[in-house]
Write a protein that binds this ligand. Sequence first.
Ligand code: NAI
Length: 502
Amino acid sequence: MASVDSLPSGAVTPASERLSRPLDSIDIPHKQVKKICCLGAGYVGGPTCAVIAYKSPNVIVTIVDLNKARIDAWNSDDLPIYEPGLEEVVKSVRGKNLFFSTDVDTAIKEADLIFVSVNTPTKKSGIGKGYAADLGYVESATRHIAKVAESDKIVVEKSTVPCRTAQSMRKILESNGKPGARFDILSNPEFLAEGTAIRDLFAPDRVLIGSLDTPNGRAAAASLADVYANWVPRKQVITMNLWSSELSKLAANALLAQRISSINALSAICEATGADVDEVSYAVGLDSRIGPKFLKASVGFGGSCFQKDILNLVYLSESLHLPDVAEYWRQVVEMNESQKRRFTQRIISSLFNTLTGKRLAVLGFAFKKDTGDTRESAAITLIKYFRQEQAKIALYDPKVEESQIWFDLAEPGVVDDVTALKKQVTITSSAYEAAAGADAIVICTEWDEFRDTKLDYEKIYATMNKPAFIFDGRLILNQKKLEKIGFKVECIGRSRLEESFE
Ligand code: NAI
């Protein structure tokens, strides 16, 4: 029998054997970056370049956007996005080496290095509708650079794009650029997660830089690597070919979303059998090959990226005539939709098979805690289902603006929908106000303030219709404690206590 010592350790093959480029491939002469411009002052461009300015006092960073209101907000006390720690970073460097502006031309002209951080939403029409990424914003930003630039620029693809987009950007720049202006394209996908963006940017797991394997390409990668080296350990800055870098971003999001859909698929089995998904995920997460992160069952993933990037991968697979691969990844998105339908069905059946006229207190509208972002939030779909069942909805979220909620809930193009909406949905200013007179509480976002250690659920129980239900779509509540107060508690991935086989 083999001794334990002689068994394979399971260690990952070292980088030197896996990466086509040695880690020292960028130890070559290169230009120092002194001025950076970022096109796109959104959830990625804003925090990323603010942190670059904060960590690199010798670099001047200008973040530009076509949207004046957004730039005005970045220049005000009320930043356009909420992210823990962001305000401190911005306020400490704004006006010193960090600037927000709508003067795109000047920022492009003056910069040595330009980040393209514009939006790449899913296409709404035409070929690839519903799947492919709409690269219109990337193309128009690239054309803008070509038109305005008068000197050499390093152009960095920061937006998430399909494989080989850098090639298209290069063609546009080379065929439209001014004589004498040379462009080097890099791919530098962003791996930050909203809600923890500043933490992720301060201590990234890795920084990925893709470039052409030419002397100019490697020198451009070295210039960008130097910027990150102001705070990221050199060995965590990885360089590789452009296409691997582009695909790595789509792959990372697909794998992360797949874990959520996998645990959510298991949550359905738990609910039907008496197993508890939190216990199952804890047990499997202890296996070091699996690991504990991204195994929390929930009402479904949201955010601007997971669905969009997987659909993008599905489209890419189909374009490459790989239908089985496309179908495999499509199922990750389908499972996410199914989880929302299943949760709604459970609410309906628990509330005696009808929601008509019942008041549901929906707690949370952001797609996850610690962000005000609502893109693809599960709450939007759930509220749509509740409305179809003629429920009355009282909604509370600590960070999302009221105008954003109305925007997300209204059916685009449907006349009078907002009037009908406002008859069915009320936005409240606290969880207590939402729950008063409600038949059920539905937890959609895992905000800490909704936990039973923060909210007074006895007080809430007293104001609700009886029987008072809680549907915990995020597994943040202590079920037994709330049952003791008198609530009927239904949690994702757990069967009803009285029905379990304990
Ligand atoms: P966003 O929609 O918040 O921001 C994009 C900004 O670009 C908008 O303010 C828009 O006005 C601006 N813009 C569009 N065209 C422009 C142009 N030609 N010149 C100047 N500004 C222009 O989008 P977000 O969330 O920042 O995402 C940007 C990219 O980063 C997307 O490709 C996304 O997939 C990717 N990404 C997003 C992450 C996230 O957590 N939001 C994480 C990692 C990557």
